[in-house]
Design a protein around this ligand. Sequence first.
Ligand code: FAD
Ligand code: NAP
Length: 437
Amino acid sequence: MAPENTPLKVAVVGSGPAGLYTAEALTKQARGAVEVDVLERLPTPYGLVRYGVAPDHTSIRSIADYLRRVLELPNVRFLGGVELGRDLKVADLRACYDAVVYCTGAPVDRRMGVPGEDLPGSMAATDFVNWYCGHPEAPADRFTLDSPEVAVVGVGNVAVDVVRVLAKRAEELRATDVPEEVLARLAASRVRVIHMIGRRGPEHAKFTLKELRELGELANVDVHVRPEESAADLSRASRQVRGNVEVLRDWAARVPLGRPRRLEVRFWMRPVEIVGRDRVEGLRLERTRQTEDGVVGTGEFETLPVGMVLRSVGYRSLPLPGVPFSERTATVPNEAGRIRDREYVAGWLKRGPTGVIGTNKSDAAETVRTLLADLAGRTPVPRGDLDVLLASRGVSPVTYEHWLAIEAAEADLARSLGRGERVKLLGLPAMLDAYRG
Ligand SMILES: Cc1cc2nc3c(=O)[nH]c(=O)nc-3n(C[C@H](O)[C@H](O)[C@H](O)COP(=O)(O)OP(=O)(O)OC[C@H]3O[C@@H](n4cnc5c(N)ncnc54)[C@H](O)[C@@H]3O)c2cc1C
Ligand SMILES: NC(=O)c1ccc[n+]([C@@H]2O[C@H](COP(=O)([O-])OP(=O)(O)OC[C@H]3O[C@@H](n4cnc5c(N)ncnc54)[C@H](OP(=O)(O)O)[C@@H]3O)[C@@H](O)[C@H]2O)c1
């Protein structure tokens, strides 16, 4: 049994919503003293709240203000620039902490599995999102929007974000934190027609009503849906689906107003090939239909003359070295968050890449309940010292104060450019400069 005043020491790996809700739940649920170290590979906290949520969705971005309060708790410590796998092994964490909770999310794109997917101009939405969110590993010159027609494959909320950023005038994003170089590239965009492709019907689309409606309200865009593709069987549909289909039917009846950009929302069309000799020259689609055995191709094809394809078909977790991983589900097998003795998982790595930010709160609370029940009356682990270990490996973590200096530099940059509250610094060197001075 641990003496009553020995704090429970927990390492949380990843500082996205799952990691920070886990840290918060540990401080709230633990009966005795608890100390939480949040390890993060980037110098910045908040995961997809910073590098995923669309820059023009400022109210959702403000969830960072809530998460900030977790990092400011006296028994929670932020250690940025520390990557499990690169700087530390699982064995190191097991030696320094009573328990470890992995919350590393789902950072890479799923594949469509069609020929031509690797042609230049065929890009993952993940990369596009990282680019406009100013992820330090996404160079500003990764995207040049020089094709008049582009396709976005997928009809989920990420696809809606991507379409909105492509469709808006750059001026409309000026007050956001989009990096200045990215804004300049968006301003120079030659995109005129955006095709958004659903491989099934409107009733199967994954986007939510509020997000869908927003597309129809964009001042710069004529939205178009083919009446025959917006028809749907609503006999067993939820309110959400009925709402979506109503919006789509309304769009199908719209008369184009000659706006600078056009959005074509397509359904029952599945990508079968990305065509082109040296780069993307088109997207070949096959019409689909529902049968009792599922959705099948009809043998009717169409090729869209697009110069870029953005694949927004979902995200995928990556295995962490030394941590069990199911390749089939791309998640870490667990029981209510427990992986094995003293190791736990929460967030997208636990349940896959679905659900909104708030979903991670109840998910993290479940993991923490399991952890605390398992460790009640524990024998403390012989404690290695992580700080000493990192120093011996030449790793100097980015502290919370360093992060505040990065934030301050972003606010200064916004002021100097006459933009909104902050503008993202681009690249790791700029962030290092911000706190090293
Ligand atoms: C493009 C996009 C937009 C979204 N927009 C919204 C929205 O508007 N509203 C909404 O409610 N939900 C939105 N979501 C969903 C929401 O972002 C997720 O539910 C949530 O971020 C998942 O949390 P997580 O902590 O599991 O993963 P993440 O947020 O991805 O956090 C994982 C963290 O772990 C770190 N990490 C990874 N590997 C390591 C390692 N080896 N060592 C140390 N650290 C590591 C990462 O750098 C990251 O900071 C969006 C998702 C995407 C993809
Ligand atoms: N504003 C917000 O609240 C917000 C914003 C962004 C993201 N999020 C959340 O983040 C999560 C991830 O979003 P997401 O959009 O990446 O995933 P998603 O909701 O799972 O949508 C993925 C889309 O890709 C399609 N797809 C998958 N494989 C395909 C293929 N091979 N060919 C063609 N289409 C294919 C899917 O169609 P099928 O249905 O046919 O498989 C689906 O339309 C979701 O829970 C989402 O709600 C929320």
